[in-house]
Design a protein around this ligand. Structure first.
Ligand SMILES: [Zn+2]
Length: 629
């Protein structure tokens, strides 16, 4: 048996941790990586798998049968993280995943070492499979949107060279998805089984050459240049076809994912990593005074737009270093004429772009991004008034680190006397809300995340919501930071009041379920966080509304069926929640006529019902919107 150096850090020194009779499992003294101390040449591996899967048809049918649910879950995990495009599945086996991915819209090819297995995929399933190790498959540089490796990396003799090859063939910002056994779990399993004289259980003697833990998998991905690494309990490599044990394993997996979300512990028998190919930091290096495109989306706000543009003309940033792009979302109020009439006043290049039809703010911003020349894009909604140092202060953080993907400006209410329960206010004084009315992003980073997801706009009702939070989360998930710059100050006047406003605002929650679906586990931290002293309460409005609704619907049953104490308790709860709901709606109002406050009470009390209705409707339709941003 040839001795092997650490496949991660090349350190030759190691400690034996398990001896499986002519098969040593060792731990690197340098980095702690656990691996099988056997230099298995690739042709020997190939023979090994050819022998293993000799009866191809039986294996293919079995694996197809047991992996349907698993692959659909993995594809769902991928959908929230990347756009659908070209994919290569490394170690594609009989092609079950390739078929599932194709059904999901991916243009998918496979790479498979075993000749028997690859031939089955090509001849029986008519799949595009290359019969070679990944390193010899001759795939083009930067040509894929995703690489998947489901239970492959533990089998390859040189995992780092495989990961580097993945990075080479992926486009910048594209996704790698890896699932491997969780060695922490498998070692424990082996210990338990060694009491029964079977220490090889879980360690796959003769076939698993690398034993990753969450920590070493993260390390390996990082060394290969991936960023934004997320590790979750995997969806298993079910080597079983018994329905009951399959269901049990799946339920255990669900339990582990929940535990991982709460505690960060990896209890599953497998781990699954998602990461993005980093962008060359040299491409993100920002020089002094970068060229900036200020994108101003607008829709029927001609008067406010004029003020916004005038304040942009007064920026203290060098006039030859920025341009302004007004994107008109098909307004019907002569916005074009307003822009034309003040173009001659602009000290910088002022472009006017009009959408062909009303597509929502996300689509307007995407149109602006496509027209932009700047390496940084500053977003200013057509109703904010930026201070004169808005641009220079907002750009400052980008020069400090290439990992700054975006900067959040500070937005303060303006003309507070006009606030009534029926106005709409956007304020962001502490950060963490990412409203795109006052945000800066690197153009490169926006391109990586695919711009703004246009499906967060309902064209029928013209209701849009969460597309800005979605983009911010997507940027942060790729390992970029979005600091808050209080110097990038803009004021935002309250929108004109009208009676139905609170109801219309409650309808926006239609888009919440889709955000949650796109960013499972991540959204919780970012949906409307409220800071009370040292505590962070997530989703306070959701919680208050839910409590109010729960009390409201239990009122009648409690009085009819319950005893007196219960009925009184439910009624008290309902009244308390009602007060909370009313307070939520009238907060911030100053010098507001008492008549308006009185009118606001019934409207506020109706809002939770509209909220719940919209939310359920959004939940039901979240898959229809299409998954591809
Ligand atoms: Zn090592």
């Amino acid at each position: 048996m040839d001795e092997r150096k650490c496949p991660l850090c090349s350190e030759p020194a190691k400690q034996q941790i398990v001896d499986l009779d002519n098969w040593q499992i060792v731990k690197c003294v340098g980095c702690g990586f656990i691996y099988a101390d056997d230099n298995m040449p690739v042709d020997e591996l190939k023979r090994h798998y050819d022998d293993c899967y000799e009866d191809t048809r039986r294996w293919a049918e079995l694996l197809d049968k047991i992996s349907t649910r698993r692959f659909s879950s993995l594809l769902k995990e991928m959908r929230g993280r990347t756009k659908i495009g070209r994919l290569v599945d490394v170690g594609c086996s009989f092609g079950a995943f390739l078929e599932a991915a194709q059904k999901d819209g991916w243009e998918a090819i496979g790479v498979e070492l075993s000749e028997n297995v690859a031939r089955y995929g090509i001849e029986e399933k008519h799949l595009d499979v290359i019969n070679a190790p990944l390193e010899q498959a001759n795939l083009k540089d930067s040509s894929f949107d995703a690489v998947t490796m489901w239970h492959t990396l533990e089998h390859v003799p040189h995992p780092m060279s495989t990961l580097h090859e993945c990075a080479r063939i992926l486009k910048p910002g594209a996704l790698v998805a890896v699932e491997v056994p969780n060695t922490t779990f498998q070692l424990a399993k082996s210990k338990v089984f060694s009491l029964l004289g079977k220490p090889e259980m879980g360690l796959e003697k003769g076939s698993h050459l690398n034993h990753f833990t969450a920590q070493s998998l993260r390390q390996a991905l990082k060394m290969a240049g991936f960023q934004g690494i997320e590790i979750i309990p995997g969806y298993g490599s079910a080597h079983t076809h018994r329905t009951l044990s399959l269901r049990l394993k799946e339920s255990y997996g669900d339990f582990c994912r929940q535990m991982c979300e709460w505690t960060g512990a990896q209890l599953g028998n497998t781990i699954c990593a998602f990461a993005w190919k980093g962008v060359e930091t040299s491409e993100l290096q920002t020089q002094e005074k970068p060229f900036v495109s200020v994108v101003v989306p607008t829709y029927n706000r001609r008067c406010a737009l004029k003020k916004t543009l005038h304040s942009l003309f007064r920026q203290d940033y060098p006039h030859d270093r920025f341009e302004i792009i007004v994107v008109d979302d098909c307004s019907s109020d002569d916005t074009d004429k307003i822009v034309t009439s003040i173009t001659h006043l602009s000290p910088v290049e002022l472009k006017y772009v009009c959408a062909h039809s009303n597509m929502g703010p996300g689509a307007s911003r995407n149109l602006g991004i496509r027209k932009a020349r700047g390496e940084i894009i500053a977003f200013a909604d057509g109703d904010i008034i930026p201070c004169s140092s808005w641009l220079s202060n907002g750009l400052q953080p980008f020069m400090q680190s290439p990992l700054i993907g975006g900067v959040e400006g500070m937005t303060v209410p303006h003309d507070e006397g006009r606030i009534t329960p029926f106005t709409h206010m956007t304020a962001n004084t502490t950060g963490g809300r990412f409203p795109t009315c006052n945000m800066f992003y690197r153009k490169k980073v926006l391109e990586i995340v695919g711009g703004f997801d246009e499906s967060f706009y309902d064209r029928g009702s013209k209701v849009h919501f969460r597309e800005d939070l979605d983009t911010a989360i997507a940027v942060m998930r790729r390992g970029f930071n979005i600091p808050f710059a209080s110097g990038a100050l803009a004021s935002h006047p309250p929108h004109d009041p009208y009676m139905r406003r609170p109801i219309d605002l409650a309808k926006r929650y239609f888009h919440d379920p889709r955000l949650m679906q796109k960013h499972p586990r991540k959204w919780r931290k970012w949906i409307d966080p409220l800071k009370i002293g040292p505590w962070m309460v997530s989703m306070p409005r959701h919680k208050l509304y839910s409590l109010y609704l729960a009390c409201a619907v239990s009122l009648a049953p409690a009085w009819v069926l319950g005893d007196f104490t219960l009925s009184v308790a439910v009624t008290a709860g309902f009244l308390l929640c009602s007060l909370g709901v009313i307070a939520l709606h009238v907060r911030g109002c100053r010098d507001c006529p008492i008549k308006d406050i009185a009118l606001a009470v019934p409207v506020a009390l109706a809002c939770p019902f509209v909220f719940a209705y919209s939310w359920v409707k959004g939940w039901a339709s979240k898959n229809e919107n299409g998954v591809d941003p």
